[in-house]
Design a binder for this molecule. Structure first.
Ligand SMILES: C[S@@+](CC[C@H](N)C(=O)[O-])C[C@H]1O[C@@H](n2cnc3c(N)ncnc32)[C@H](O)[C@@H]1O
Length: 275
């Protein structure tokens, strides 16, 4: 491993790993569809941007054979360690963890057949410029694929439903507005999913494909939102996004929310291309 290490904006705790595990289950179908689209071959060298605790990595790893390599690049050594444990005994391929800030393309990209990332591009400041730097660092023909969340497009529907007599849905709107404001205040790119395909085309990637779906709001989504509030609490207070009382109130309202006929609070994009 190299020596760069920073703190993941949403924390590195056991709860963070639990939240990422819930997300892995929620994103199972879209993750497998992305890997199908990319036609991962057993001996591919796959570079994964921001593997975190390794939920998506496991899915990649299972498609690789003895000659395959998964390079996991993350600036959180704690989460990379969890990824290493997560991959133990999962297949014949080799896992190469690299501690690095992915916003600066580095030698870890050398020889990549495929570059993937799940829910990580929006963590990169001005991600569109990064996509261009990534393109310049890759061999022509390298397959790239990303799964990215959508936090904003569904806000309008939530607001309409609230105005039409569903005030209890404010808790979902306020969560989605909060995460979007938090990422913006942190200098990240919370809305990059929506324009990812266009940004890839503008940067000269070829054969760009794009799919968008909504994630149904179920018990695991609500647990995810609870865990998110616990992880983010101190930073919300520091950035003035919510007060402690407001966070507690939102958590109470989440507990009280009946899940019958509740709309999606986030969506997901799956985008592929070739450098
Ligand atoms: C939302 S988590 C996604 C984890 C994993 N891809 C998954 O789907 O379960 C984002 C991950 O990206 C990593 N990350 C964010 N920004 C990064 C950067 N600039 N350099 C390296 N890793 C980064 C975080 O440490 C974290 O592990």
């Amino acid at each position: 491993m190299t020596s760069v290490s920073k703190e993941y904006v949403l924390g590195q705790s056991t709860d963070a790993a639990r939240r990422l595990a819930i997300q892995d289950a929620q994103f199972a179908d879209v993750s497998e569809a992305l890997l199908d689209d990319l036609q991962i071959q057993p001996d591919d060298r796959v570079v994964e941007i921001g593997p975190g605790a390794g939920g998506f990595s496991r899915r990649v790893f299972k498609r690789l054979g003895q000659g395959g390599v998964l390079v996991g690049v993350d600036y959180s050594p704690g989460l990379l360690d969890q990824a290493r444990q997560n991959l133990a005994g999962q297949g014949e391929a080799r896992f190469e963890p690299v501690v690095a800030d992915v916003s600066h393309p580095g030698p870890w990209l050398d020889g990549a057949d495929v570059v993937v990332g799940r829910t990580v591009v929006h963590h990169i400041p001005l991600a569109e410029s990064w996509l261009g730097r990534l393109k310049s660092a890759l061999q022509p023909g390298t397959r790239v694929g990303f799964v990215e969340p959508e936090f904003r497009a569904l806000l309008g529907r939530l607001a309409v439903l609230e105005a039409a007599g569903r005030p209890e849905l404010a808790v979902l709107r306020l969560w989605a507005e909060g995460i979007s404001r938090f990422y913006s205040a942190s200098g990240l790119s919370p809305a990059v999913g929506a324009t990812l395909a266009w940004a890839l085309e503008a940067a000269g990637y070829r054969n760009v494909t794009r799919h968008a779906t909504e994630c149904p709001t179920d018990e695991t989504v609500i647990e995810n939102l609870h865990l998110y509030y616990d992880e983010i609490r101190e930073r919300y207070l520091k950035l003035g996004i919510m007060t402690a009382a407001e966070i507690d109130d939102q958590k109470r309202r989440l507990r009280e929310l009946s899940l019958a006929n509740v709309p999606a609070v986030w969506g997901i994009y799956r985008v592929t291309a070739q450098a």
